[in-house]
Design a protein around this ligand. Structure first.
Ligand SMILES: [Fe+2]
Length: 235
């Protein structure tokens, strides 16, 4: 059983599922893909765009009911994928930003054009709130390109690294390939998740991704990454 800690499965709150039926389809697909728990992480841009909190709550509860009615062995947890803004540290301190399954980890996303100094300062600011940042799909940020940078973020700010399962199934661009592989062999990746949207090419691929992970980097790394995600939902 896999824990998918990054998913846009809840409908009509971001660019993920649009309709209730799409959420239902995605829940079925997740279950068939070996996923036993999903942390629902809609996009949020705190202090810049308002997030439909009440709608998310209602649709989240309805999605839980759908899974139950369909008898899917699938637990849902709330979360968010937070695009970093200057408002994030204050809102985190005020408890107004959902963390991953109410843990001390918060999933933080950047724009692919963000510079290293911005990412560094942002993660520093998040870490100063006492929460631990998980860098969403870190492979997407060209500004992070050396193992030293990653180690620095991890030791200085307790940052954690999430990679999309689909990235393990795609050839990385030549100039990134060595870095991407080294992230795994140097044990710098903490989470692999689907980041699934109801869009062609962004379907769930957890089983395939984890299989590729095991084949390419071995059982030990694979088990550790799975355990990290299980840890998020442990009470
Ligand atoms: Fe996402």
């Amino acid at each position: 059983m896999y824990v998918d800690m990054h998913s846009h499965v809840i409908w009509d709150v971001d660019d993920g599922a649009e309709r209730r039926e799409e959420t239902l389809r995605m829940l079925r697909e997740a279950s068939a893909d070996g996923i036993g728990a999903i942390i629902c992480t809609p996009h949020m841009t705190p202090g810049v765009y308002s997030f439909p909190e009440e709608k998310f709550q209602a649709h989240f509860l309805e999605a839980q009911n759908m899974a139950w009615r369909e008898q899917l062995p699938l637990a849902l947890f709330p979360g968010a994928e937070v695009l970093y803004t200057d408002h994030v540290p204050r809102l985190l301190r005020e408890g107004r930003i959902p963390t991953l399954a109410s843990s001390s980890y918060v999933l933080v996303e950047f724009s692919p054009t963000d510079e290293w100094s911005h990412i560094y300062d942002a993660l520093k600011a998040v870490s100063s709130t006492g929460y631990r940042p998980v860098i969403a799909h870190m492979e997407r940020y060209p500004a992070i390109r050396t193992l030293e940078q990653v180690r620095n973020l991890k030791t200085s700010f307790q940052a954690r690294v999430q990679i999309n399962a689909r990235s393990l199934l795609r050839k990385q661009p030549l100039f990134r390939r060595h870095f991407f592989n080294a992230l795994f062999t140097e044990n710098l990746v903490d989470f692999v998740a689907t980041d699934t949207h109801a869009l062609p090419g962004r379907e769930t691929c957890m089983k395939q991704g984890m299989q590729a992970l095991r084949e390419r980097f071995g059982d030990t790394i694979c088990s550790r990454i799975q355990m990290n995600a299980e840890e998020l939902i442990r009470r």
